[in-house]
Design a protein around this ligand. Sequence first.
Ligand code: 5GP
Length: 116
Amino acid sequence: MAEETLFSKIIRREIPADILYQDELVTAFRDISPQAPTHILVVPNILIPTVNDTVAGHEAALGRMITVAAKVAKQEGIAEDGYRLIMNCNQHGGQEVYHIHLHLVGGRALGPMLAK
Ligand code: 5GP
């Protein structure tokens, strides 16, 4: 059984976060340390530690993460100019919190996709 992270506590509203959207499958909240003018995390409400742990039964939540990211991007006024969705996996991917999350980043031109 995977260990819960602070994201589960945010989802249950046990610790504060700027929650922008929540439904039965996913929650979206502002990143505490934004890397761009808009930096929002979209997470499944159930704990899935990494992309490697995803199974077919997660597809509804995983799909919802994308449609909610698009909805929130529109709400934030960045949809037309564009934005980037990022999901990090494990050490080489730079994952720090082991509850999968989609980073929605935008609000400025983001430049090349990967740092050299
Ligand atoms: P990762 O590196 O795992 O892809 O991204 C984890 C993200 O979670 C980071 O961007 C980090 O700033 C964010 N984060 C870590 N702790 C908290 C927190 O307590 N609240 C919020 N809102 N974001 C957090």
